[in-house]
Design a protein around this ligand. Sequence first.
Ligand SMILES: Cc1cc2nc3c(=O)[nH]c(=O)nc-3n(C[C@H](O)[C@H](O)[C@H](O)COP(=O)(O)OP(=O)(O)OC[C@H]3O[C@@H](n4cnc5c(N)ncnc54)[C@H](O)[C@@H]3O)c2cc1C
Length: 471
Amino acid sequence: MTTYILGGGPAGLAVAHGLCEEGGGDFVLVERGDELGGLARTVEWPGHGHHDLGPHKLFTLDEALWSRVEALLPADGWLVREKVSRIFLHGHYLPYPPSPFSLVKVFGIRSFAHLTATYGWARLRCLLSADHARTFEEDLVRRIGGGLYRALFEPIARKLWGDPARLDAKLSRARVQTPSVTEVIAHVLGRRKKSEFEALTFRYPVGGLQRLWDAVRKATEGHGRILLRHEVRRIEMRDGAVRAIECRHLGEDKAVTLEVGEEDFVVSTVPMGRLADFLGEALPRELREGIRRVLVLNDLILVFLKVAPKSLLDESWIFVPDPEVVFHRISEQESFDPEMATDGSIVCCEIMSNEGRPLMRESDDELVEQVRRGLDRMGLGEARVVDQRVIRLPKTYPVYRPGFEEDLDRILDRLDEIRNLRTIGRQGAFHYIGSLDAMDIGYGIARWLTGGAGRPWGEERERTRHYPVLD
Ligand SMILES: Cc1cc2nc3c(=O)[nH]c(=O)nc-3n(C[C@H](O)[C@H](O)[C@H](O)COP(=O)(O)OP(=O)(O)OC[C@H]3O[C@@H](n4cnc5c(N)ncnc54)[C@H](O)[C@@H]3O)c2cc1C
């Protein structure tokens, strides 16, 4: 049996690695890029060093998964970094999560008293009523009160996803934990919370994430083929199963057809909308329309600045709900591995383009200019910018519209009826997850394919539906 893996990001690579470790036959991995790693790849910036597409922290609560990933690199191939985050709002820096004292600084004592009262009232009402919130806005107003919601969460939600009244409550439930009264008191006393949802440290491969993907490549040598610069363009189906994958070899500009035999299997991690296009008329029209309707994806723009001096920030990340700053998050590669930038520092500013803020239309120069104004506002404008680059990642951030989950389940059930195809991963299953979650899903399907999971596919899909967001 040959497993065809479409896409060489963390999910696809874990499928290949899992198949090798579990004796799952050979594989052919098809990746359109020049490198493996997908959204989690490290790229070179000639003359300035290397950086990720937005530095990635690696963190999971799943110890078995972690041991498996950790073993891909030698013990001295990992760095352990302290995670330090802050928030920049209304011209002030706040700790993350914000302490009551910092909120007094930003909002003044009267507004703070109002926020506290609405928060307390919301907590009390929550204890007495069942949760029926359907949207991001309803959920947070219910849990933390309208005051705190509008002050802290609405501005960042608008920057990231657009109108919070048009977002599913799954986003707020996954990303905003309501602290207990004891946690609030601990925070007031200055004790750092040891929450299971908060990564206080994280791991990072020495030299960049690419080291990890290179290690997977090495570990799978001799078990299968990796076809880089091969873009899937069409998938042919017969009798309810995939029979051929048509690709374009982008390097040699020629067509390549991979025949899929009776015993073979296809795991797709490419964006589900693209998969639907590849399958074309083999899918019923209403299914294709459903996929188009449900899969709303925002574009991400990354503005990288090479700055002097060596280090600009003390934090791993600063979250920026401040409406007057164009980016929603800023970080620098230095906080992940200080050796990756040559001389100065590589700073990454993340800008989401959504329907309320269609920034993808702006030119690179305009975006850089807006970023520099943002840095000035944050008091970081003194840094000397040596070079700049803009990387656009179209359609990469899932936007969950209210009620999307039922539609998505129906779509996945229909696609799962194709006998020898499963679509998984962040883009493949419209799943807002991190890279280790994507790897867990990849390892899971490899186990399932080799019979090791010992359960029907529906249960394996269910197992991977909810991963905690570990901020
Ligand atoms: C800015 C940013 C910051 C992030 N920070 C973190 C973090 O701190 N920690 C964390 O754990 N995660 C983070 N993530 C998320 C992480 O990158 C993703 O969860 C992970 O990459 C998903 O893996 P995947 O394999 O499912 O999908 P992808 O990484 O999207 O891989 C899909 C692959 O399919 C390929 N492909 C697409 N179309 C075709 C085609 N037609 N033919 C062939 N190949 C194709 C793509 O080139 C890509 O390589 C971040 C993501 C971004 C963008």
